[in-house]
Ligand binder design. Sequence first.
Ligand code: C5P
Length: 231
Amino acid sequence: MPRIPVLTIDGPSGSGKGTISRAVADRLGWHYLDSGAIYRAVGLAAAWENVDLSDPEAVAHCAARTEIRFETAESGELHVIVNGKDATRQLRMETAGAAASAIAAHPPVRAALVDLQHRFRRLPGLVADGRDMGTVIFPDAPYKVFLTASAGERAKRRHKQLKEKGVSVNLDSLLHEIAARDERDAGRAVAPLKPADDAVVVDSTGTPITEVIERVLSVLPEKLRQPRQAS
Ligand code: C5P
């Protein structure tokens, strides 16, 4: 059985990972895994069920029974359905990001979500977006990128994104929240945010998105860059 190719794209929040990963997956005709949405969905489901977010076992049980589905709308937008409810909009809020970051620090929660993430590895290939895709979930992935940008630029991007979605937030408080989340993600004992040893680090500060996409695609051999149909 030939190994199914995986391109991992890890990095901090607001580095442009989501946009870049989706664009790259589209170009290649590969599947796309938004692992951050999985952690956000579990955080949200735990909140719905009044589970104590600081209790690793309770949240891990919640993770195991939460049904998470991804659906692509006609507009191309990716919708996340959590226990039968479309939670796409709620999941984008910074409160969902903070809840995700809190529960993601628990080892049993991460363990409960490994199989679900592995199931996204299907032909013709997978673009996996997250924090630990290249280090923990797909360590054997042949293609790895660590995408980053300055904290100021990341906060500005997140601010613009939220504004476009009609969510009003203060730039300073966003910068503060992003810095706190980075610190928690990079400082946790299990699967901390860091580039895999064999990852190519791409800094997108001040770089147009089209150029970042080309730099990410350049880690793949020429023959894989020919788009194919996702199955
Ligand atoms: O990428 P996104 O901002 O949606 O991720 C939300 C949070 O989920 C992150 O701050 C991180 O704590 C957690 N996460 C993780 N591992 C991943 C993806 C996300 O711990 N692979």
